[in-house]
Design a protein around this ligand. Structure first.
Ligand code: UFG
Length: 326
């Protein structure tokens, strides 16, 4: 299989490249390195530093590449930032993806695995969330991802471009070689582990008065290697002629913010001070996925669903890379 991976220098993208190379696939990475890291690239994958909005170079790369499929990670993904700067999200996540789809069409590439998100649902109707729940994104980030799913459905109907859209819940953990590093970190587990390393004084708990057993938000944490394996399964599903599909990727277990901090204390053996803070706008109280469809349709089989294993792997990465990829 010859795959183009956009955003292959990012967190989930680089772990997926690692898995593709491990099974012997031929991989080319396209990344503008705006949020990705050159240190996350692999020597075994061809690399092109291109911005998806530069339609000419994108079209040229795809036309010459003889790719069987595209895995499209390259996007901005911070909910709060999307609220304060929606233009940035529309340009990159929507216009950039349209540029990519048009280049795929011109090159005759008919399969795409797309990074979508739990943020396409907004406030869930019931738990666990299944893919047939209404999609009412509560922020521009979720809106851009939902819009692109609909755009790809139209491209499928008109041009036969099939997609596997994977709606991630809370990605966490690390592989042996790659881990989570965001220049502006907002995610819970890396922030807690930074506190464990003494890089920050404490962890702020955003909201302690939610209608949950301990008052803090509940999320579904999914190991980044399990996310990567879902992309490989989705590639194989499309290669075997599977029709377009949208799948949740979570592990079906919800953990509260306090529970996550407690597990981090146990794994790291460090005290990790935590302080209550006001709610973060746009945070639903509970997000827990049903991933039954991913198991049934694309044959996904997650292996690292224990939160302790997720935190252990994340902790190993943070301890061995205290300054990330620098
Ligand atoms: N949280 C804290 N303190 C922090 C950071 C986070 O209490 O310092 C809380 C948040 O309020 C939330 C939970 O920890 O309740 C998880 O927050 P993250 O920022 O780690 O993750 P989110 O659930 O906000 O976001 C994730 C993905 C998004 C995706 C979203 C779907 O990172 O890309 O799920 O709702 F859009």
């Amino acid at each position: 299989m010859k795959a183009l991976v956009t955003g292959g220098a990012g967190y989930i993208g680089s772990v997926t490249v690692e898995a593709l190379l491990a099974r012997g696939d031929n991989v080319t990475v396209l990344d503008n390195l705006s949020t990705g890291h050159s240190g996350a690239l692999f020597a075994g994958a061809d690399f092109h530093q291109i911005d998806l909005l530069d339609t000419g170079p994108v079209t040229k790369l795809l036309a010459a590449g003889d790719f069987d499929a595209v895995i499209h990670f390259a996007a901005f993904s911070l909910v709060g930032e999307s609220v304060s700067d929606p233009e940035k999200y529309m340009r990159n996540n929507v216009c950039g993806t349209i540029s990519l789809l048009n280049a795929m069409r011109a090159a005759g590439i008919r399969s795409i695995v797309f990074s979508s998100t739990a943020a396409t649902y907004g406030e869930p109707r019931s738990l666990p969330i299944t893919e047939d729940q209404p999609t009412l994104p509560a922020n521009p980030y979720g809106l851009t991802k939902r819009f692109m799913e609909q755009a790809m459905e139209a491209y499928d109907a008109a041009y036969g471009l099939r997609m596997a859209s994977l709606r991630y819940f809370n990605a966490a953990g690390a592989s042996a070689a790659r881990g989570e590093e965001h220049r502006c970190e907002t995610h819970l587990i890396p922030l807690v582990l930074q506190a464990a390393l003494g890089k920050r004084e404490n962890v702020r708990i955003y909201g302690t008065d939610y209608r949950t057993p301990d008052g803090t938000c509940i999320r579904d944490y999914i190991h980044v290697e399990d996310l990567a394996s879902a992309h490989l399964a989705a590639l194989d599903y499309l290669a075997a002629g599977g029709e377009s599909v949208i799948c949740n990727l979570g592990n079906g277990n919800g953990f509260s913010v306090r529970e996550v901090i407690e597990v981090c204390r146990q794994i790291t053996g460090r005290p990790i001070p935590a302080v209550g803070a006001s709610r973060r706008p746009g945070d639903p109280a509970r997000l827990v996925a049903s991933s039954a469809r991913a198991r049934e349709k694309i044959g996904w089989n997650p292996a690292k669903y224990d939160l302790r294993v997720i935190v252990e792997d994340a902790w190993r990465w943070h301890r061995t890379h205290p300054n990330g990829y620098e």
